[in-house]
Design a protein around this ligand. Structure first.
Ligand code: ADP
Ligand code: MG
Length: 592
């Protein structure tokens, strides 16, 4: 077992032992609150830390969990367990609708929508007679299971911490899985985005909605436990103030890690109580002065420890060792390969106008199976745009794109990927804080099936092994076998480009598209890249290579299409292209 896993086991044991020890009840109460807060903050680690999305509405989701169960138990006399189920269903439905409406739009709509949602729910709770208005609902029964009542502090403690630790472990499992790798690739603040995961075949919109729903459900469970611990509910703990406080906890503790949620919850709970006693004494009047202190603390934390407090504590813990002893595993399903010479990719008069600028002017070309075709031209010729048109990243102004006899223009890039096209990016798009192997495993997305629930329950072991095995094989294919456990962000540009090629290969493509793979590489790195491409060609792979460097493509390609100012200058064999005065003029005219 890893030292790291042992550390977790020791923590779980300590948490389990505390209520059995003769500690004062006050401690248990504090720990109960910390567990409840951590459960909500955990959702924000997933949403904000991993996905780069912000929500002020987590307290409101806790409110749904609390009120659903409280109302069903008091007004309808139902069991708290049915209350839990109803709360989760209602929370899931609300989160789904909010996410569905706002997450298609740019980043600011979600936080705004969650603020509006918090306010709306707060006033609804406060004004509905059935929910007891601002007094809330009293006489909420304790949770019972087979006659065992979780009423006493030390008993509900067990439920709260089982939920909090279970939630933490489920989120850890999720992040280390097929959907989790997509989620980790989304964070704009950490160099992520939607283009790359979409090109790997994943719907980024669905993954964002999923993260939002999971975060809301975690909050809902916290609210449910809270309602039955308090034995009453009222609107105040579910308003926007607490929505902000949860975000504060997550940021203070560290949104980059699941344990940051626990650190933040503990720090806030423990200092809040001290401050609530101390500050009014110091200032001389009563009031929520702790908010001011928290504001100052948040500014300090963001300045001096932008990743929160947990990473500072984590330095004292044993380092996480890269796991994954890579044994044999069954290969992932493979697609049927095209026949040599069969037309793979056909661009028919594709055109792209950006306003008045025609960046790609009726370009046509064909890539046949087994060929390496180069698309070259000086900077600004329209190569990347053409590339984005055929791979579904940009919509066409006119023209058609066919892949293996199917029309693919108008399809999103993930659908084009599904039909067998895989690509790399001119500006490398790796997830820097994921290992090289995990980055390559992103490429297996379309060949695997695990969903979020299966991942959280760790039912994906066999498939993960197969995906990691495939990733390791593709990494070996580009000559980086020994770099699998390195963080992708630590590699130089040359190896990073090779990792992108391995990731594209992991999708078992019929056609591989490379956008300026040699750009920015040093001479040695270029040679290594050329060797890899030559080997892929020998293995029969079909390639479309967009390149600015003419020398680089000359010895590699079967055919070359030369572009200038959006139009096709010439198409021919490398020798023909090299001999063409027009090409020389285009390159000499703009290059030197
Ligand atoms: P290349 O990859 O050959 O260097 P690009 O395809 O990137 O060229 O660009 C072709 C032309 O289209 C350039 O003049 C560029 O400024 C323009 N262009 C590219 N993308 C956009 C865009 N999103 N909006 C407006 N103009 C663009
Ligand atoms: Mg370009």
């Amino acid at each position: 077992m890893q030292p790291r896993t042992l550390g977790l086991a020791a923590f779980v044991l300590a948490i389990a032992a505390i209520p059995l020890l003769p500690v004062p009840n006050f401690w248990i109460t504090q720990l109960n609150y910390i567990g409840l807060y951590a459960l909500v903050a955990l959702g924000l680690v997933l949403l904000t830390g991993v996905g780069g999305l912000t929500s002020f509405g987590q307290a409101a989701f806790a409110g749904i969990g609390a009120y659903s169960s409280a109302w069903l138990c008091t007004a309808q006399g139902l069991s708290p367990w049915l209350g839990l189920l109803a709360g989760l269903l209602l929370t899931g439905a609300v989160a789904l609708v909010l996410g569905w409406v706002t997450l298609r739009m740019s980043g600011h709509y979600l936080p705004l929508a969650t603020i509006a949602w918090s306010l709306a729910l707060f006033f609804t709770m406060g004004n509905l007679d059935a929910l007891g208005k601002y007094d809330g609902l009293l006489g909420v029964p304790p949770i019972t299971l087979f006659g065992f009542s979780f009423q006493a502090e030390r008993r509900i403690y067990a439920l709260i911490w089982a939920a909090a630790l279970g939630g933490a472990i489920a989120v850890l499992h999720l992040l280390d899985s097929r959907p989790g790798r997509v989620m980790r690739a989304l964070n704009l603040a950490r160099g992520g985005g939607t283009t790359m995961p979409e090109a790997m075949g994943a719907s980024t919109f669905r993954h964002k909605v999923l993260m939002f729903v999971i975060a809301a459900l975690l909050a809902s469970v916290s609210g449910w436990l809270f309602a039955h611990m308090q034995r009453s509910v009222n609107p105040s703990p579910f308003g926007i103030k607490f929505g902000i406080e949860y975000l504060f906890m997550a940021v203070l503790g560290g949104v980059g890690s699941v344990w940051g949620a626990f650190t933040g919850a503990a720090l806030v709970k423990l200092t809040e109580d001290q401050l609530q006693v101390l500050l009014p004494k110091l200032i001389g009047t009563a009031g929520s002065y702790e908010i001011i202190v928290f504001g100052i603390v948040l500014v300090m934390v963001l300045k001096f420890a932008p990743d929160g407090v947990w990473p500072l504590l984590e330095r004292w813990l044993p380092r996480r060792r890269a796991r994954r002893a890579l044994g044999e595993a069954q290969p992932l399903p493979a697609r049927d390969k095209p026949q040599r010479g069969e037309p793979l990719l056909e661009a028919k008069a594709v055109r792209k106008a950006f306003g008045g600028l025609v960046a790609v002017n009726d370009i046509s070309f064909t890539v046949r199976a087994g060929d390496i075709v180069g698309l070259i031209g000086p900077n600004g010729a329209g190569k990347s745009t053409t590339f984005n048109l055929v791979s579904g990243v940009l919509p066409l102004t006119s023209g058609e794109v066919w892949l293996r006899g199917q029309r693919v223009d108008g399809l999103p890039s993930r659908e084009v990927a599904r039909r067998g096209m895989s690509r790399t990016f001119q500006h490398v798009k790796l997830v820097p804080d994921m290992t090289v192997l995990e980055n390559v495993a992103l490429g297996t997305y379309l060949r695997t099936r695990t969903g979020a629930l299966a991942a959280m329950l760790r039912l994906n072991g066999a498939e993960e092994r197969r995906a990691m095995h495939e990733a390791a094989q593709q990494l070996a294919r580009v000559g980086l076998a020994e770099f699998g456990d390195e963080l992708a962000g630590n590699l130089a540009l040359g190896p990073q480009r090779l990792v992108e090629i391995a990731r594209a290969l992991a999708s078992d493509p019929a056609l591989l598209l490379l956008d300026e793979p040699a750009a920015g590489l040093r001479h040695k790195e270029k040679q290594a890249l050329a060797a890899v491409l030559r080997q892929l060609k020998a293995e029969g792979l079909s390639l479309l290579l967009v390149e600015h460097d003419m020398d680089f493509v000359m010895n590699l390609t079967d055919r070359i299409v030369v572009m200038e100012f959006g139009t096709r200058l010439i198409e021919g064999t490398p020798a023909e292209v090299q001999a063409s005065p027009a090409v020389r003029a285009a390159y000499l005219g703009t290059e030197h």
